[in-house]
Design a protein around this ligand. Structure first.
Ligand code: ADP
Ligand code: MG
Length: 289
């Protein structure tokens, strides 16, 4: 048995004993600037209102959107955990409303080059998140890089953000296609759920969904599900411009109400999707080593 195999076994046994209960939501899109970070942050606020503990994992390397929206610069990030031995609690920064966030830093880029000890420590640390939060929201950042695909493949629930712009539809489809072509992707292991963002009506949202679902079905033999819509709302733009969060600044705005509805339908799900969140996510990284 090689070292990597031993590690997989160790982690798997650990997982079986663990009672994991945090819900993992991975937010992605093929294209940048379509509303991922706003979705992450506003859903986080809505979950807080529902009494849930929330941690955002900002895997958006370089742009640091969540930090900007929270107006807080984290002291440590994931790299400090991996390379400096910081604990998971030390790298969680507190944002508004008690939302925790973890900045990926450059830690995620080099995930494949870690030693066995580093991976073991990383996995154990990340599994501690199960005790620290009810919901873990992963903001993947833009593009269809290997790291983005890894997160998506490892997540039980993926929120795909798409706007009615043709380029957003095309890029979302490219992402879904890259997923389906990836040998590690398990179709019934990941629920891809569409959020139609910046729409002008429910009909437009539905049309965005139907276009994506049709091509996914026709060319990939797959399926995505419809989660909800967020209207194009000047209140949201205004909030972003002043480094605020629309759900806090304008709680009765159309965008805030839309996020509230989406958060509620995400929480109304069956219990079993809660259970295989974080373990599955990090098992997957370990399985790659
Ligand atoms: N529902 C919306 N209504 C109006 N503007 C929006 C909406 N969602 C996003 N935007 C605009 O798009 C910009 C990019 O959003 P952001 O969440 O940062 O995208 P991403 O994280 O995908 O790059 C925001 O600054 C905002 O101006
Ligand atoms: Mg972003």
């Amino acid at each position: 048995m090689d070292q990597a195999q031993q590690l997989r076994n160790v982690i798997k046994q650990k997982n079986q004993k663990n009672i994991t209960n945090a819900k993992v939501l991975t937010i992605t899109s093929g294209k940048g600037g379509v509303g991922k970070s706003n979705t992450a942050v506003n859903l986080a606020i809505q979950f807080r209102r529902m009494g849930k503990r929330v941690i955002i994992f900002d895997a958006d390397i370089g742009l640091a959107n969540v930090e900007v929206m929270f107006g807080t610069v984290p002291e440590y990030n994931l790299s400090d955990l991996i390379y400096q031995g910081k604990s998971i609690r030390e790298i969680i920064t507190k944002g508004p409303e008690g939302i925790g966030f973890i900045s990926g830093g450059s830690g995620i880029v080099s995930l494949n080059n870690l030693t066995r000890d580093q991976i073991d420590y990383l996995v154990r640390s990340l599994q501690q998140l199960n005790d620290l939060t009810d919901v873990l929201i992963v903001d993947t950042g833009a593009g269809i890089s290997d790291t983005v695909l890894e997160f998506v493949i490892a997540s039980p629930e993926v929120l795909l953000i798409t706007t009615p712009e043709p380029s957003s539809l095309t890029d979302s489809y490219s992402l879904v296609k890259a997923l389906y072509k990836n040998p590690n992707f398990v179709q019934n292991g990941t629920n891809i759920r569409l959020i139609a963002n910046k729409v002008s009506s429910a009909e437009e949202a539905r049309a965005v969904y139907e276009k994506l679902e049709q091509v996914t079905n026709k060319f990939l033999g797959g399926s995505i599900s419809y989660l909800g819509m967020v209207p194009s709302d000047p209140n949201l733009e205004r909030a972003v411009r002043s480094q605020k969060i629309v759900s806090l600044e304008a709680p009765t705005s159309r965008a805030s109400k839309a996020y509230e509805l989406i958060a509620k339908s995400l929480m109304g799900q069956r219990q079993d999707t809660y259970r295989w969140g974080i373990s599955q996510l990090f098992n997957h990284f370990v399985n790659k080593c």
